[in-house]
Ligand binder design. Structure first.
Ligand code: GLV
Ligand code: GLV
Length: 318
């Protein structure tokens, strides 16, 4: 049995695959195109993929031996799940283990955006810090404000818990209302997206990317937000219309943003790059050593279960 891993992963996490042939690839630079993926996946029984790998119907058709695609991420919008299902290919992901790490990243971006940490660091490095001043780089205060969580899943709830610790009120929107015990624990108010956009001081995105969330935060959404609003996106870049965001930040339609993900990743809209009121990170949500190791183990366990014909496949999404 041949298992193809599309990028080097923490190898020690792949111990459940001891005894199998594991081939690790390294694309340089950047992410593979469909054809490259097809090329390296020839003869593979299993694929361990990253969120930048286009696992399309065409790729699956060209690799008929593949029985499982184990995605090294919680989001799997890069995989044509319907096509996988139609071909009897199992799809798995890595839920749960990256929840706290990703919420940490979202909160780090929020604090950085609210208190201008990145421009402040550049200011000091540039030798501009000549004296303490009463009005130097004044930021936004989180305490007493409202955070609007778009998508109250595991990560959204973990973000809400952090916000509560900083004295914020929580509201959320979601495809369906959370159960009362979750709402109660977070003191979270269920709102329509429009109401959330209009009343939140911080808007943090935690939904997955699908047909209804693509471009959800565009011109119209920015027009609804408070001029003091801070947007945080650690979900998927394409939930936000980046052109509209750059315009909203430039015109101060909103105050600031913190982004870990981009609409055309790894490309970043050039309009964002010279703005000081946005802080940018290269998709680091789950990037702690412990989490990345656990994610590798989960992929390996799922692959092993499928290849061994186990009745129950862990972390299965399709
Ligand atoms: C990261 O973005 C993930 O989906 O795990
Ligand atoms: C991801 O783990 C989520 O459900 O938010």
């Amino acid at each position: 049995m041949r298992i193809v891993v599309t990028r080097p992963l923490p190898l020690e996490g792949l111990f459940p695959l001891d005894g199998y042939e594991v081939v690790q690839h390294r694309f340089s630079p950047g992410a593979p195109e469909e054809d490259q993926l097809i090329d390296i996946a020839q003869g593979a029984d299993a694929l361990i993929t990253l969120l930048s790998d286009p696992v399309t119907d065409r790729v699956l058709r060209a690799c008929p031996d593949v029985k499982v695609v184990a995605q090294y991420a919680v989001g799997y919008d890069n995989i044509d799940v319907a096509a996988a299902r139609a071909r009897g290919v199992v799809v798995t992901n890595t839920p749960g283990v990256l929840t706290e790490a990703t919420a940490d990243m979202a909160f780090a971006l929020l604090l950085a955006a609210a208190r201008q940490i990145a421009p402040a660091d550049r200011y000091v490095r540039d030798g501009k810090f000549s004296r303490w001043e009463a009005d130097l780089m004044l930021g936004a205060e989180l305490n007493g404000g409202a955070i609007g969580i778009v998508g109250l899943g595991r990560i959204g709830a973990a973000m809400a818990r952090r916000a509560i610790g900083f004295g914020m009120r929580v509201c959320y929107c979601n495809r369906s209302r959370a159960n009362p015990s979750v709402e109660q624990k977070l003191g979270a108010r269920f709102l329509s997206l429009d109401a959330l956009l209009e009343t939140s001081d911080v808007i943090s995105l935690h939904c997955n990317l699908n047909a209804s969330s693509r471009g959800l935060i565009g011109r119209e959404a920015f027009a609804r937000m408070k001029p003091s609003a801070i947007l945080v996106n650690t979900a998927r870049g394409a939930v936000v219309d980046e052109e509209a965001l750059a315009e909203a930040l430039r015109n101060r339609t909103i105050r600031a943003a913190g982004l870990d993900v981009f609409e055309r990743e790894p490309a970043v809209h050039p309009g964002l790059l010279d703005l000081d009121n946005v802080v940018l990170a290269p998709h680091l949500g789950s990037a702690t050593r412990a989490t990345r190791l656990k994610m590798a183990e989960m992929c390996a366990e799922a692959v092993r279960a499928v290849l061994e014909g186990a009745r129950r496949i862990p972390y299965r999404v399709a």
